[in-house]
Design a protein around this ligand. Structure first.
Ligand SMILES: *[C@@H]1O[C@H](CO)[C@@H](O)[C@H](O)[C@H]1NC(C)=O
Ligand SMILES: *[C@@H]1O[C@H](CO)[C@@H](O)[C@H](O)[C@H]1NC(C)=O
Length: 294
């Protein structure tokens, strides 16, 4: 499709683009952690980085990882987290930002950052579970160093579409395809962030293990404001209302123009896509054609 040279130019261009968008996209807010979130795992592996509690650090060592979650569940929203990943040798360490319903037939939308050896770029894996079924992994290599600074990761979830963004650039689309029999997350979900030992799968398919001599591994999080509709019931009609800006028709589709171009540029960084894994899915999953803009 592209020559190698064009590809390199495009990836370089994407890194530059991300940098430029970073300058115009809203900066991280300074909402205090306690207003929407609480620690729910590994209390002694959590540290607030300022007295106002606008930044929090989660650490992983041989004893424990850590996790925090929103105090309530949401039925729709445009969720964001600014994250600075563990620096240095983080192979096998997984940092995650995700939405999860927490019941048996799980609904879940995941960002998982897969740590790596120094000099090897960090990958991000995304997945969508609906009614207990996931297996929808996509993976891309980040074209920047996510350990050097905070970056903005977002999940839009409304009745029409789920979109995932890095620094304002859409990288993944999962539409509501219930009309063709594909389940779509519909249960109230909590916002979670965590750090954990994923070395049985995360790096080189599990062959590269955590080097514990570099522990503790620490990820930092900020921007604890929440644009979401708080809810406790499935298919909450109030949370579907267009009185919430993220449900408006501007957010029903990947927009034409720059967003679509940026999305396409990011696709060149994809290293795995379940939609094109013909060994695993000889017949592509039914949602794939409408979620791809290539
Ligand atoms: C890896 O990240 C560096 C910046 O840290 C970037 O210049 C390079 O293009 C990235 N490589 C790939 C394959 O994305
Ligand atoms: C998905 O779309 C259908 C209509 O095709 C709608 O009835 C349903 O409420 C939507 N799901 C969610 C979670 O909004």
């Amino acid at each position: 499709m592209y020559s190698h040279h064009q590809l390199v130019l495009m990836i370089t261009g994407t890194a530059l683009l991300l940098h430029l968008i970073g300058l115009v996209f809203p900066a991280a807010g300074d909402t205090v952690f306690d207003s929407h979130y609480a620690i729910d795992y590994g209390q002694d592996h959590v540290k607030f980085l300022d007295p106002q509690k606008t930044r929090v650090q989660l650490s992983l060592d041989t004893v424990s990882g850590a996790r925090f979650s929103s105090k309530v569940k949401y039925g729709s929203g445009f969720f964001n987290m600014w994250i600075k990943l563990p620096a240095g040798d983080s192979a096998g360490v997984v940092t995650a930002f995700y939405l999860r319903s927490g019941d048996h037939a799980l609904d879940e939308v995941d960002f998982e950052f897969l740590g790596n050896r120094p000099g090897e770029n960090i990958s991000i894996q995304t997945n969508v579970f609906a009614n207990g079924v996931g297996n929808r992994e996509q993976k891309l290599v980040l074209p920047f160093d996510p350990t050097a600074d905070y970056h903005d990761y977002r999940i839009l979830w409304n009745p029409h579409i789920i979109m995932m963004y890095i620094d304002g650039v859409p990288i993944r689309v999962f539409k509501n395809n219930t009309a063709i029999g594909v389940d779509y997350p519909s249960k109230p979900m909590q916002i979670l962030a965590s750090i954990w030992n994923g070395d049985y799968w995360a790096t080189d398919g599990g062959r590269t293990k955590i080097d514990w001599s570099h522990a503790p591994f620490s990820a930092q999080f900020r921007s604890f404001d929440v644009d979401g509709c708080s809810s406790s019931s499935t298919h909450d009609q109030d949370c579907a209302s267009t009185k919430y800006w993220w449900n408006g028709d501007k957010f029903w589709e990947l927009e034409e123009g720059s967003p679509k171009l940026w999305y396409k540029a990011m696709r060149t960084l994809i290293t795995y896509d379940y939609c094109t894994d013909t060994e695993r899915y000889p017949v592509p999953p039914p949602e794939c054609p409408s979620n791809s803009y290539l």
